[in-house]
Ligand binder design. Sequence first.
Ligand code: SAH
Length: 499
Amino acid sequence: MTRETEILESSQIQSSSLLDYLQLLISFRGPITVAEYMNHALLHPEFGYYTQDQSKGGAVFGKDHDFTTAPEISQMFSELLGIWVIHTAMNLGFERFHLVEIGPGRGTLMEDVVRTISQFSHVSEKLEVIHLVERSASLRKLQKEKIQWPDVQWHETFSEIPGDVPCIVLAQELFDALPVHQFELTEHGWCERLVDILESVEDVKETEEAEDNVNRGEKRGNQKGKEKEKDKEKERDNIVEETNRVHLELNLPNTSLNSVDTRENELGEDEGDPLRFVLSPAPTNASRVYVRMFNPIPVKPIEGDKDQISSEAKEVSEEVSEESTDEKIVVDEEAIGSRLEVSPAGCALAQDIALRISTHGGAALFVDYGKDRASGDSLRGIQNHKFVSPLQNPGRVDLSIDVDFASLKAAVLALKIDGLNVYGTVGQGDFLKRLGIETRLHALLQTNITEEQAEALYLAYHRLTDPDEMGTVYRAMSMVSMPEGNEEISYEHSPPAGF
Ligand code: SAH
């Protein structure tokens, strides 16, 4: 942390809201990356969406709040994840193991998983510690009230969890909250989308106004002055409109790419937002590094240099990374405006989990909203079960992205860990059906329940599994690594339950 950032961090005490803090930060440092914005909006110690005090009317999940997750929809979801844990622990032949959940929210999933596991004593007696990775103190409190297990330990980060025991890791709707960087291809190469304050627009207005006043001197009479003032106001509106227009043009979809999504998310910033998106005038450090790492797109080869270009995709990232060669970059015009969204934080976490489960054996299950490819711009705000601008009311609105499972998988496979296999993705509907959600539904319907309860159960089943609901847009991915000495059990022939 630089000294400047330290000073700013300490000044958060005086900020009355996250917007206040962000305005101060951006005025001081200039526009910030979308990843940094997400980090502050979700996890700022005092004003973050997840970290703020939930008991003070802050943001919480559930039917009456901003969004409802699968465990909150029905106990069936979590019970089946409990079955997945039991099946996996038995298959891996664990003598003892730890269970980890990253981002447990209100603790509903783990509460039901623990209740399910407790019914199978030959597995529950091998489960020692439950580790919960949760940055929010008030969510920790909720989790503590719910999860009935003798040894529950909380951690700020996944890497704090001791690594000397086999473990099973669950992450349900976590990766969609991890920060992303967003890039856009311009004639200068891949530039980065940044979050800025509106003030610069005001500055433009004020400067122009001041210049006008100087040029025109004090010649105007009072009446004339008032008319001018009105004209000026109109002009001012035009400037604002023009700025927004240019800005919106930057958001236009590009239809020429197949490797990168066009703008599938129609929610850019809204007019009333207190912040705005801008594009860096040149490639940034993040665009230089991450575009190369993730998914460079084809560009036209540079004249006279064709022989050296064996892979267009590789070349563009190299060209973009050479600061001095901006003018040499020849970007396919068709591709200009293309966007790419990447989550280095998500990939780094997937790698940490892979390394962790490969030390003493273990498995991981990720369930999330996403696709097996990158998005162009999927960032959205969610409030009261509706999509809203991600720049609206920072800290009071949930932010979420479509998880790019392909890059998580690629990041893990790049580690080339012996004996670690990756499975999926499969749609949540198929995953739950393979785990037996229909059998569970029938069993629950046979119990002594009212007609309304039966209908609610059926509706929950439908919502969790139907392709038009959460059945395909939510997906599951898994990683499994054999404990030493158990290598003869081949997951090649026997993938984890549900895959
Ligand atoms: N798994 C729960 C909650 C999902 S909401 C459910 O399905 O109901 C996202 C959760 O991830 C919250 O608990 C939030 O505090 C946590 N979270 C968000 N960003 C995180 C980060 N960078 N590291 C760890 N946890 C994070």
